[in-house]
Design a protein around this ligand. Structure first.
Ligand SMILES: Cc1cc2nc3c(=O)[nH]c(=O)nc-3n(C[C@H](O)[C@H](O)[C@H](O)COP(=O)(O)OP(=O)(O)OC[C@H]3O[C@@H](n4cnc5c(N)ncnc54)[C@H](O)[C@@H]3O)c2cc1C
Length: 476
């Protein structure tokens, strides 16, 4: 008999959270902590969404999206999770760049960028300060018409090398381009630039295990292998969700699943205003990624001078379309030393990430797909050999993930790694006005994506849900 993943589940909850990405788990945690009855439904067999990892024989653990996040994670994790989690967040101090325009190492904060821009790139200190202050001062309510390209043209006209230094990591971090609104760049760059790049010591597996424990302590009912097929609406309000053919009643729903899927498939256009459906259909998804995971044989090492995060490119100039091209010129290497997982097996791993288009991978037949993945692995190892001669012989395992992999595991349309483009944010925010009690808290609009963006969006939305539930309770 198939296992009943809904065994013991109640018929009615205050709120159902669909999806256990960082945004969904954070919403569920805050709402559980506030005393609401919360059900968290995840379609995959693991919690974490894109914040995930996988194991391979030989004691190898690969992290998928633990490459770097801003300092703000410490505060968000302390407030909305616990001190235990927050205290494990550590800074990456060795960020490297190598491309035909420059090679440098930085701690990736304002002070060090200022040093580099004034000394190595010869920009006047006032100009650099002015740029950082402008980026820092940007917020969501600012002018959304100015593009990132216009922002750079204003401060650094004709300086493609400066644009590359300041933009390449952000394009890598959230897929934004020079044509996106400048605020999507300014807000994310300032978050990072504030104090540098951080990761979670212990690995994603440790983080998600601690989050699960905290969710359970706060009374959240967690169910894996439970994909939601429908969100039921009655008299303009959510009434239930449907999973495994069973309806579970609720007063509010927070969907952490892809925005377009939530609105167009789970709720359905017939329940919504035509204009709103049109706006949703017009929301563009962000790009996807390819990754190559390489683990060294037990006993083999990489020198720490290799860096923590290494942005490499062979392209003569910075162009966002080149960053996405199937003909790869840019690779960002993350180096995982044994200190990533203290107390565990002494293992070294390297993950190479490159932004990618769904369309380059979607329609390949199985034979071509396997051959393309193999080629990706081989060319990536060749590229790494340039920086770590002899690394090929030290590698125990190497394998690739593609946009199809990300689509398969998270159900994100087109394997989008960073949710939607900027217009998704307005559509996500307007959902409760379309259907009472229906909220979305997942990667949208570039700003609300990445580990910190997703967690913070989960916080914002859970506060709104809390207000709704509390005010309803007061009026009954
Ligand atoms: C290769 C890669 C590298 C990255 N690197 C970084 C990085 O270094 N730093 C950083 O900050 N960010 C990084 N990111 C981005 C970051 O991981 C994501 O932005 C963030 O984790 C997304 O969180 P989320 O809350 O939006 O949900 P997601 O992680 O997208 O999770 C959504 C969840 O909903 C579930 N779901 C979907 N449909 C249903 C359904 N019908 N029923 C039930 N459950 C459903 C999915 O299974 C999934 O668990 C990276 C992403 C990728 C792909």
């Amino acid at each position: 008999m198939p296992r009943d993943f809904l065994k013991g589940v109640e018929d009615q909850y205050d709120v159902v959270v669909i999806g256990s990405g960082l945004g969904g788990m954070t919403s569920a945690n805050i709402l559980g902590r506030a005393g609401h009855r919360v059900l968290l439904l995840e379609q995959h067999y693991k919690l974490g969404g894109l914040a995930t990892w996988f194991l391979r024989p030989g004691g190898h653990v690969f992290d998928i999206s633990l490459h770097g996040f801003p300092h703000g994670m410490i505060k968000s994790c302390r407030r909305y999770w616990n001190r235990d989690i927050a205290d494990r967040i550590v800074q990456l101090k060795n960020i490297r760049f190598d491309n035909p325009q420059f090679s440098l190492t930085t701690t990736f904060n304002r002070e060090d960028f200022t040093r580099l821009l004034t000394t190595d790139f010869g920009i006047a200190p006032d100009k650099v300060n002015d740029f950082f202050d402008t980026a820092r001062g940007m917020n969501f309510y600012d002018d959304q018409a100015t593009t990132t390209r216009q922002l750079f043209d204003r401060f650094f006209p004709g300086r493609d090398d400066v644009v590359r230094l300041l933009m390449e990591p952000i394009t890598y971090a959230n897929g934004s381009t020079l044509e996106d609104p400048a605020i999507t760049y300014g807000i994310v760059f300032s978050n990072f630039m504030n104090k540098g790049v951080f990761i979670y010591e212990g690995g994603t597996d440790d983080l998600v295990a601690r989050m699960k424990k905290e969710l359970q302590a706060n009374g959240v009912d967690i169910r894996i292998n439970c994909g939601v097929d429908r969100i039921h609406v009655q008299d303009g309000k959510v009434s239930a969700v449907e999973t495994h053919g069973r309806r579970i009643g609720c007063r509010a729903v927070v969907s952490n699943a892809n925005l377009r899927t939530t609105i167009l498939k789970m709720i359905g256009p017939e329940k919504l205003d035509r204009d709103y459906v049109d706006q949703t259909e017009a929301v563009r998804l962000n790009n996807s990624s390819t990754q190559v995971y390489m683990a060294l044989k037990p006993g083999e090492e990489i020198d720490e001078s290799s860096g923590d995060l290494f942005f490499t490119s062979t392209a003569e100039e910075f162009r966002t379309d080149l960053l996405l091209s199937r003909d790869i010129t840019s690779r960002t290497f993350s180096f995982y030393y044994p200190r990533t997982r203290p107390g565990k097996k002494e293992r070294f791993a390297i993950v190479s990430s490159t932004n990618a288009n769904w369309s380059d991978w979607a329609d390949l037949n199985e034979h071509d797909y396997e051959a393309s993945k193999k080629d990706l692995v081989e060319t990536t190892i060749d590229a790494l050999e340039k920086y770590i001669p002899g690394v090929r012989n030290k590698i125990d395992r190497a394998e690739a993930a593609t946009p199809r992999t990300f689509n398969h595991y998270t159900q994100h349309e087109m394997g989008a790694s960073f949710g939607t483009k900027f217009e998704g944010l307005g559509v996500s925010r307007a959902l409760p006005q379309q259907v009472g009690g229906m909220y979305h808290a997942g990667s949208v609009g570039i700003i609300m994506s990445g580990w910190l963006g997703a967690i913070n969006y989960g916080v914002i939305v859970s506060n709104e849900v809390d207000q709704q539930l509390t005010s309803e309770s007061q009026h009954t």
